[in-house]
Design a protein. Structure first.
Lengths: 209, 365, 623
């Protein structure tokens, strides 16, 4: 099977993300990459837990003063939903329904952007209401690094998926770009899973002190 | 019969092990100076570490011997003699492979047991927590604070501070609180025992013991070192440990405590030196041993008993000449030190006066 | 002549190497760059030994000495040993599994340029205000107080080159899993390929903690954060943990490929299959796994408490078991064999006692209570040089001699090779054996000088003399490389005569598509099996057909150049007005390169069947 070959619904393979050797490599390599990313985030989590509430003096805000569950919950719902919409997108990709895939990816991007907006609002809120900044304490450094690394991943994911959508808008699906869509959606799920841990470790555990 | 044979074999094995120990001890002893070398243990901690070294060395020499014998045999016996020979292709041998898996495990177990036991023993600082009625510990405690590039020794129970030269009693356990005030250092007196880091964020605790006989051999003065890279003069961040019998140590404490205010200089020149000192130096260097100034204010070594010490700045021979050289240009002797440039340039005369004053600061007359 | 083999001018060759995605050319790039940094690190080592030859020496100043010792360690580990190991992995592993290239040729090129620019960036510190001076471990309290930009060069440079290593690791993993030739099952893979596989897995899990640690250091030093600033709630022990969670597996990342190279050599030059192949594979995996469980033995004196120390002590001792298995398997590979002492075999044979000596001191260091004496002394310096020089560097020399003909099509001179070997071997033991005793006699490591009268004079002088011998040995090797390159006497497929694995079944150097037809692998030591049945080469597993190849690309170079520029911006953004714009410019170049890569179709090209057959006819005359 050639990567640039034109397909119809009938000839489209069942697992387009693994149909060529290049695609198989990409698929596997990306899983390994996510393995490395997991260690990266695990390290950031460990650092955060070690430095949680470590502030120079008593007038600094602590986790229990800062975090509000409703906001974090809203962000969580946005990102979880975006993960679901990307599942739909991949469903349509496997069925060679390019337009529908683009539509669901568009929704994914919109939800991701909304999440990012909430996060920016949240950071802004902490900085201006609590004086809790990247440089104010070790706690601040660790918090913004962990959550910010995640936010950076979200932003990169948005850029990536948008680029893919625009680039392929005229081309349609083929075996060259199907694996690209697939790994981008894998990446998006990974970001989602990391956020679930952030929600638990940073926000929920932050509330109980 | 059989039992007797086994016993004989056991004895033989034991004798072999012992002779091996003796041989290694012979090789290792005579290595290094008695006041510096970890191979000349001068206290309980260093002794137990030395024994662990010997045990592990003995096991390891055994391993090396086996490998070497096979190695030499193989390399000599199986040289290629004929360019056309094709040896038999052997897959492996389960028996052999199990053998060289199980034997190392057994050897390591022999080593692991004393290792774990010693690790816990050396970390036992429980007497530091047992406070008597006065809120003090019965055991002698020294708070060690490491700074670029000098050491402070505080005796919290006795309420005195000294620096660069720690004074300790022999034949009893001395307990240490260790910390650093700027960057990480590591507190090490090789002949007395292993090192412990002085961290910037927490206090580490351990104990050492100084053996009186070994101390006599070493001239009552052990060398201590900083063992963690801390900047340009890391190599020069030495300190000394003076060991005294318990009663002399008590006398030393008493005479230190007797210095309630800065000792008056005796000669005229020394008095001039004291004046200069009070104008230029006393901001950093205290000359009373009491623990009044907060730690952050104690930015230079305490000089109360400077005249009793054996080194200038921890490294130079103890003479008025070296005191002058040091004050004139500390950068030349300890690059990157925190003293350079903190005081005005002194004339040669002024240097003489300050040196005379400092050399006269003694509590052991 | 076919269209694919034409003589090119210098400019065209340079452009070819700047844009290449061929694993064999990238291997040569790694070899040249790694070799250069090896010479640099060696020079730094000689400066260290000159300074310490006599007490109170003033050959270099205290501050400069700390820069040299830091750069010696950092260069040797990150910029010499790692890339040289990568050179052999790139050159040999795809050939050993019968693949036409690695899984991600583009990323392979990207990985090389990341390493290269990271290394260049780090070394530019010499000319831009001073090199890093807090040791290769760069412990946080000291690295935060260091006043020059040296530590910034360290953190940013290693961050860039570390990304390259991570990419390389993923690439090799996927290559080995997906691209083995027909019949090449896991348990038929050559030991070096197995070592590459396990090493790559270690890289994948060990480098992210370093990445995070370096980020924290970069943030603290350049962006005002407080991870290691104790006054604001920070904690420097975090750095120690992160560094060693990376740092200990790093040791195995270096030594496992060395084990792999030696496994090949013992089998080839004993004319005997590797003894206990499956237990060797098992031991390699076990060493890789245990390598992650022992990092805190570097921190026995940090004050983690007796429970942690005891656990990590016992875990560390456990590593001796699989390592011992390997040593005995090598010995019994030679047992009953027909040993020929060619230069690679000399290195391999010398490796056994040298490495065993380093290994047993490793077990001694694992005894936590006694380690309080060894830690941060010359005993440790002796130990890790025994394993890294006696293990890794010996393997690199052995591998260079062994694979030189496969990489360049010509042999290194055997006589000069043996001179290098003997000089280096003697120099090595002279330098480092005595250091065990220096450490026990009270000499801390990383000291720029020592005072007379402490019993340390003789040992240090002996050590320095040994270092000089090693220096001469390397010079002889350089002469060897130059003279044989000039002579350029071409060799055939299997120049050692006893090759056992697939790489020896094809031309030296191989054509750029490696295998015209993928070989059919029928067992361990696939090529040896065919030879023993009297065949000339491998049986093909497929008919001759078109071969799909990737296009060259200049994008990796540009992408990394962007990061290189951004690193300067990052470093100077706080004190200059141009810092931030340069940072943004650099990131824009990088993102732009990624964008171009992403939107541009790159389907590669095909070598047509007819050209392959033509190629064959050209060669047919010679063979």
């Amino acid at each position: 099977m050639q990567a640039e070959e034109r397909f119809t619904y009938e000839t489209w393979p069942a697992e387009p993300e693994k149909a060529t050797l290049e695609a198989k490599n990409k698929f596997l390599g990306f899983w390994f990459f996510l393995g490395g990313e997991t260690v990266l985030f695990a390290t950031l989590f460990a650092t955060y837990l070690a430095l949680k509430d470590k502030v120079p003096s008593a007038d600094h805000a602590l986790a229990k003063d800062l975090f509000e569950i409703p906001l974090a919950f809203a962000a969580t719902m946005l990102l979880l939903t975006s993960s679901l919409t990307s599942v739909y997108a991949m469903y349509h990709m496997k069925n060679f329904q390019f337009k529908k895939m683009q539509l669901w990816l568009g929704l994914t991007v919109a939800l991701g952007a909304a999440f990012l907006g909430l996060e920016i609002y949240e950071f802004n809120h902490y900085v201006h209401q609590f004086g809790h900044t990247f440089t104010s304490s070790a706690f601040g450094s660790a918090f913004y690094t962990l959550v910010g690394f995640h936010g950076g991943h979200v932003a990169f994911g948005l850029l990536w998926i948008t680029t893919l959508m625009i680039r392929n808008s005229k081309r349609g699906l083929n075996l060259y770009n199907a694996p690209k869509f697939y790994v981008a959606s894998l990446y998006w799920h990974f970001i989602d899973v990391v956020w679930v841990f952030i929600f638990t470790v940073v926000y929920l555990m932050g509330m109980v002190g | 019969m059989k039992v007797g044979f086994k016993l004989a074999m056991k004895m033989l094995a034991k004798w072999r092990l012992l002779s091996l120990f003796a041989l290694i001890a012979l090789v290792l002893s005579g290595c290094g100076k008695p006041y510096l070398s970890a191979l000349r243990p001068a206290g309980e901690v260093a002794q137990s570490q030395y024994e662990l070294m010997l045990l592990s060395t003995a096991i390891m020499v055994g391993v090396i011997a086996v490998v070497t014998i096979i190695f030499i045999y193989v390399v000599i016996k199986f040289r290629r003699k004929n360019d056309n020979e094709i040896p038999k292709q052997v897959e492996g041998s389960h028996k052999l492979e199990i053998l060289w898996t199980v034997i190392p495990i057994l050897l390591l177990l022999i080593l692991a047991v004393p290792t774990v036991a010693q690790t816990f023993k050396l970390a036992d600082v429980s007497p530091m927590d047992k406070k008597n009625a006065d809120g003090k510990t019965d055991a002698l405690v020294v708070n060690v604070r490491a700074s670029l590039y000098w050491w402070e020794f505080e005796y919290p129970n006795e309420g005195i501070i000294t620096s660069q030269e720690m004074v300790v009693p022999t034949d009893e356990k001395v307990y240490f609180n260790l910390k650093a005030s700027d960057v990480k250092h590591s507190f090490w007196i090789p002949a007395i025992g292993g090192k412990m880091d002085t961290n910037t964020e927490n206090v580490n605790k351990f104990w050492l013991e100084f053996d009186s006989k070994a101390a006599d051999e070493a001239g009552g003065l052990f060398y201590g070192k900083c063992a963690e890279l801390c900047g340009p003069s890391h190599a020069l961040m030495d300190f000394k440990v003076k060991t005294l019998p318990r009663d002399e140590f008590d006398q030393w404490v008493a005479s230190m405590k007797a210095v309630k205010e800065p000792a008056k200089a005796e000669t005229a020149s020394a008095q001039q030196g004291q004046e200069i000192f009070n104008n230029s130096c006393i901001g950093c260097h205290a000359v009373t041993p009491a623990n009044t100034a907060p730690e952050a204010a104690r930015v230079g070594p305490n000089l109360t008993n400077f005249g009793d010490r054996s080194r200038v700045a921890g490294i130079l021979d103890h003479s008025a000449e070296n005191v002058k050289k040091w004050i004139e240009d500390p950068e030349a002797y300890k690059p990157g030190n925190k003293m350079t440039g903190k005081y005005p340039q002194l004339s040669s005369e002024e240097l003489d006066a300050v040196a005379e004053y400092l050399m006269g600061l003694k509590v052991q007359k | 002549m076919s269209t694919y083999a034409q003589k090119k001018g210098f400019g065209a060759t340079l452009w070819d190497y700047l844009t290449t995605v061929d694993h064999k050319k990238i291997a040569i790039l790694y070899l040249i760059a790694g070799g250069f940094f090896f010479l640099l690190g060696g020079l730094e080592a000689l400066f260290i030994r000159i300074q310490l030859a006599v007490p109170n020496n003033d050959f270099v100043s205290a501050g400069f000495y700390n820069e040299i010792l830091t750069m010696h360690g950092t260069t040797m580990i990150f910029l010499a040993a790692m890339p040289l190991v990568f050179a052999f992995m790139n050159a040999v592993m795809p050939l050993q599994i019968g693949a036409r290239d690695v899984a991600f040729p583009f990323l392979n090129s990207l990985g090389f340029w990341l390493f290269f620019f990271g290394g260049v960036f780090l070394n530019l510190s010499w000319f831009l205000g001073g090199a890093p001076d807090a040791g290769w471990t760069s412990y946080a309290s000291l690295s935060l107080t260091s006043t020059t930009h040296g530590i910034d060069f360290y953190a940013l440079g290693l961050q860039i080159s570390g990304m390259g290593t991570l990419i390389g690791g993923i690439n090799f993993l996927v290559t080995i899993i997906n691209m083995r030739a027909p019949g090449m099952t896991y348990m038929r893979m050559p030991m070096f390929t197995w070592a590459t596989f396990v090493t790559s897995a270690l890289i994948l899990f060990a480098f992210p903690p370093l990445t995070v640690g370096l980020f924290l250091l970069i943030f603290d030093r350049m962006f005002g954060s407080n991870f290691f600033n104790v006054a604001n709630g920070g904690n420097t022990i975090i750095w120690e943990h992160l560094f060693w969670i990376f740092g200990h597996p790093e040791v195995y990342i270096l030594i496992l490929p060395a084990f792999g190279i030696f496994s090949e050599i013992f089998a080839i030059f004993s004319r005997k299959r590797l003894f206990g192949y499956s237990s060797m594979v098992f031991a390699t995996i076990l060493i890789g796994f245990l390598g992650f469980m022992v990092w805190a033995h570097h921190m026995f004196t940090t004050g983690l408490g007796p429970i942690a120390n005891a656990i990590f002590a016992v875990a560390t001792m456990a590593i001796a078991v699989p390592t011992g298995i390997k040593i005995f398997n090598w010995l019994f590979t030679m047992w009953g064999g027909s040993i020929k002492f060619s230069t690679p075999m000399l290195w391999a044979v010398a490796f056994i006692p040298s490495f065993v000596a380093g290994g047993v001191t490793g077990v001694m260091l694992a005894t936590a209570a006694a380690d309080y004496q060894y830690h941060d002394t010359y005993f440790v310096v002796a130990h890790f040089h025994y394993v890294i020089v006696g293990g890794v560097v010996f393997a690199l020399f052995a591998g260079a001699h062994l694979y030189w003909p496969k990489m360049f099509g010509t042999m290194l001179n055997e006589t000069l090779g043996k001179i290098t070997f003997w000089l280096f071997l003697i120099g090595f033991h002279l330098t480092f054996f005595i250091q065990h005793f220096l450490g026990l006699m009270g000499m801390p490591r990383r000291i720029f000088t020592f005072l007379p009268g402490q019993g340390l004079e003789t040992g240090n002088l002996v050590s320095s003399i040994g270092a000089a011998l090693m220096g001469v040995a390397v010079l002889v090797l350089l002469v060897n490389v130059v003279t044989t390159t000039v002579k350029n006497e071409k060799v055939g497929n299997d120049p050692w005569g006893d090759g056992r694995t697939l790489e020896w079944a094809i031309a030296s150097p191989p054509p750029f598509y490696n295998f015209k037809q993928l070989p059919l692998v029928r067992g361990l030591d696939a090529y040896w099996l065919e030879k023993m049945e009297g065949k000339k080469g491998m049986t093909p597993a497929e008919p001759i057909g078109d071969i799909h190849m990737p296009n060259n690309s200049f994008i990796p170079f540009v992408l990394v150049l962007g990061l290189f520029i951004a690193a300067f911006g990052t470093m100077y953004h706080a004190e200059t007005s141009w810092g931030l714009p340069v940072l943004i410019l650099g990131m824009a170049v990088t993102l732009g390169a990624m964008f171009v890569r992403s939107i541009k179709d790159d389907h590669g090209f095909h070598i047509h069947k007819e050209d392959l057959i033509d190629d064959d006819k050209d060669k047919g005359v010679k063979a």
